[in-house]
Design a protein. Structure first.
Length: 240
């Protein structure tokens, strides 16, 4: 079997302590990638790395909403490993609320986590990628950015924002060898849904592993091609 196109590369995955980020960490490690797992809780990150070789991952406690901490984290990873070849922005929060019920605090958390928490890591890793004229940036969006659902005005707005961010960034860095992939996912069975009503049965949702495999596929199509947007939905649909 030919070696993976990703073998030997280094990746930074945000939101790596659970859900898609955790599944992707394991999928990338299977491809021979060293993964810097980023999340707010170092203990949860270490538990999420269970079963992986010690040299395959490192855990970095980092709040992606804090630009200074993000910059420090990226500098630390680059100092330890020399470079960051891949960034996957998995960190995010979900909230369903009718607009009159959406508080300022909830809105601030949605924006800071989903939008600033994507922009800050991307901005921090870009100089190294641009200097090497090589890199992959993955932005995790949502079907809520394509299909506007009731009670998702706040959440959907942030996902529209990151989708637009990724589309604009693609044109900004394309000629410098950096590929940008936007993954637009339908409902995924992650802890984000714990205690919440769900649009479809959790058994019918995408699994984190399925999304992780789609991301890996998008990154390994060809070094000279890019799947700019991947729309991944459950066979059961988005709503019952």
């Amino acid at each position: 079997m030919a070696p993976s196109l990703l073998a030997g590369k280094t990746a930074m995955v945000t939101g790596a302590s659970s859900g898609i980020g955790k599944a992707l960490t394991h999928a990338l490690a299977a491809e021979g990638v060293r993964v810097a797992m980023v999340g707010r809780d170092a203990g949860r990150l270490e538990r999420a790395a269970a079963g992986l070789a010690a040299e395959a991952t490192t855990a970095w406690a980092c709040d992606v909403r804090d630009d200074a901490v993000v910059r420090e984290t990226v500098a630390g990873i680059e100092a330890a490993w020399g470079r960051i070849d891949i960034l996957v922005n998995c960190a995010g929060v979900y909230l369903s609320a009718a607009l009159p019920d959406l508080t300022n605090e909830q809105w601030d958390d949605l924006w800071r986590t989903n939008v600033s928490g994507t922009l800050f890591p991307t901005r921090a890793v870009l100089p190294g990628m641009l200097a090497r004229k090589d890199g992959i940036i993955v932005v995790l969006s949502s079907v809520a950015a394509h299909r506007d659902f009731a009670t998702m005005t706040g959440y959907g707005t942030t996902k529209h924002a990151v989708t637009g961010f990724a589309r604009a960034l693609t044109n900004e860095v394309r000629q410098d060898g950096v590929r940008v992939v936007t993954v637009v996912a339908g409902p995924v069975d992650t802890p984000l849904w714990d205690g919440l009503s769900t649009p479809i049965e959790r058994a019918d949702m995408l699994t984190p592993g399925e999304v992780a495999l789609a991301i890996v596929h998008a990154m390994t199509v060809s070094p000279t091609q890019v799947l700019e947007e991947v729309l991944l939905l459950p066979q059961a649909g988005v709503y019952h």
